[in-house]
Ligand binder design. Structure first.
Ligand code: NAD
Length: 499
């Protein structure tokens, strides 16, 4: 069946084809200069919608609306229990609309609607509910202070955690709803207000989330959404002097630009950036389980995962078997429209991404690597790329060092644990790593040696709201999820009373 034979529900199509506007305060606005951005269906390459191409003028208005809402007593005096309930109600509405959101996400991004509903939206809802619980548990400490240079004086010291203020949130296109919720959850739980800028490739579900947020009862201005391109709307938000905290998910290249921009105003910043995460299969691993796990680690979401296991290091004893198994899995994957329930891998998000990924494969082949399966784009419409496994790869070539962000695995053998640790750490990135082994002491010896924010053992890319997630080295600054996220959305205030 061709990709064009799969259709979304009438409700999803009605939303996609409606006139899209940015949410600023309580108003839905087009860009003041009337500019729009096209939105494409990656499975067919067809233009399906347009959204406003917001620039500095709209970002200024959105930040002003967020500031006003932050200062306004409706939001600033809301109790923790009310904040908790609102966030829970918002999560309920997302849950209720899960099928619709999954279809819109699938058409906008290319991913499977079934997986979007089961994973992206399920995880987003669970995450918002987890964060809702924090609204009532934001605590300071009571401190017994000494002040030795004031003998005889008595003090009462305590700390408060207060909402950081207006949050600018800029996200990537690979998990549009989920990444937006990773920002909205802690911001709303702590009492911040938000200006969200979705990726230009996938703006639609952020606008649907904005609608649901108003329906949940958030006061106008607490959540604002501006659609636009990175170097205009994104740059305006990251340079804005009235934004108190910038939270960014995207490439390391853009993360560095944002990091420099925010230092001018000391805007608080967290950066969730790129990765080139290793999957390490040790000598005593269960080889079949490890091969299936390594295939999932790279091919889930078409390899467009920041912590994808894109470098595979296998003990030399098992290398050929593991590579053969993964290559068979890759060759057997069904590519197709995200709306086809049988699809195992959809198209990449854009023609630009398809060209970028195919360019990397080509470079790898030219630098001496060999594809055991895959090797380029598929024939026909849509932005599809074959799942590809490269062997005979030199660790110093671009395919082994740079983030490809597509379904391309580079596989290399190693001789012993020391070599595995050395090559796994031989990267500017440090987002995640997985170790596949049944030798408990080997795993325990390896975990502290691997430079990565998340280590998975006999699994990969498994995330939970309670587990902090973020990068070592150039994979980012700060952590999302868990208790750590709350710290990044609050300031600590010390209070000392002379009693
Ligand atoms: P990108 O950096 O090109 O874009 C991300 C966002 O930044 C988009 O909204 C874009 O419009 C905006 N942007 C672009 N230029 C900007 C500028 N000059 N100023 C301000 N904003 C700007 O990344 P991408 O291609 O959309 O996403 C892929 C990248 O995201 C990969 O590197 C991936 O690893 C990373 N990512 C990281 C995580 C994580 O949690 N660590 C999660 C998902 C994706």
């Amino acid at each position: 069946m061709s990709v064009s034979e799969f259709h979304a529900s009438a409700e999803a199509m009605a939303f996609i084809q409606s006139e899209h506007k940015c949410l600023v305060g309580e108003q839905w606005l087009a860009a003041a200069d009337g500019r729009t951005l096209p939105v494409y269906n990656p499975a067919t390459g067809e233009r399906i919608a347009t959204v406003p191409s917001a620039d500095k003028a709209e970002v200024d208005m959105a930040v002003a609306a967020a500031r006003q809402a932050f200062d306004d007593s409706t939001w600033s005096r809301i109790t923790p229990v009310e904040r908790q309930k609102l966030l829970w109600d918002f999560a309920d509405l997302i849950d209720k609309n899960a099928k619709l959101l999954a279809e819109i996400e699938s058409i906008d991004n290319g991913k499977s609607a079934v997986i979007a509903e089961l994973v992206d939206i399920r995880v987003a809802v669970d995450f918002l509910r987890y964060m809702a619980g924090f609204a009532t548990k934001i605590e300071g400490r009571t401190l017994d202070v000494s002040v030795p240079y004031m003998p005889g004086a008595r003090f009462h010291g305590y700390t408060r955690r207060e909402a950081v203020g207006v949050v600018g949130a800029i996200v990537a296109w690979n998990f549009p709803i989920l990444l937006a919720c990773w920002k909205l959850g802690p911001a709303l739980a702590t009492g911040c207000t938000v200006v969200l800028k979705p990726a230009e490739e996938t703006p639609l579900t952020a606008l649907k989330l904005a609608e649901l947020a108003l329906e949940a009862g958030y006061p106008p201005g607490v959540i604002n959404v501006v659609t636009g391109v990175g170097h205009e709307a994104g740059a305006a938000l990251s340079n804005h002097p009235d934004v108190d905290k910038l939270t960014f998910t995207g490439s390391t290249e853009v993360g560095k630009l944002i990091g420099k921009a925010v230092m001018d105003t000391m805007t608080r910043v967290t950066l969730e950036l790129g990765g080139k995460s290793p999957t390490i299969v040790l000598e005593d691993a269960d080889v079949q389980t490890a091969a299936q796990g390594a295939a999932n680690a790279i091919f889930f979401n078409h390899g467009q995962v920041c912590c994808a296991g894109s470098r595979l290091y296998v003990h030399k004893k098992h290398f050929d078997n593991v590579v053969a198994d993964i290559s068979d899995i890759a060759a057997g994957m069904k590519l197709g429209s995200g709306l086809d329930p049988n699809t195992q891998m959809g198209p990449l998000v854009s023609t630009r991404q398809q060209e970028r990924v195919c360019g990397y494969i080509q470079q790898g082949l030219e630098s001496g690597a060999r594809a055991t399966t895959g090797g380029g784009a598929t024939e026909g419409p849509g932005f599809f790329v074959q799942p590809t496994v490269l062997v005979d790869v030199d660790q110093n070539t671009r395919v082994a060092r740079e983030e490809i962000f597509g379904p391309v695995l580079v596989a290399m053998p190693f001789d012993d644990m020391d070599e595995a640790v050395r090559i796994a750490n031989d990267s500017q990135y440090g987002l995640g790593a997985s170790i596949w082994s049944n030798n408990l002491s080997a795993v325990h010896r390896m975990v502290p040696q691997i430079q990565a924010g998340s280590i998975w053992v006999n699994c990969h890319s498994i995330l939970d709201p309670a587990l902090p997630f973020g990068g070592f080295k150039q994979s980012g600054l700060g952590r999302e999820m868990g208790h750590e996220a709350i710290e990044h959305y609050t300031e600590v205030k010390s209070v000392l009373m002379n009693v």
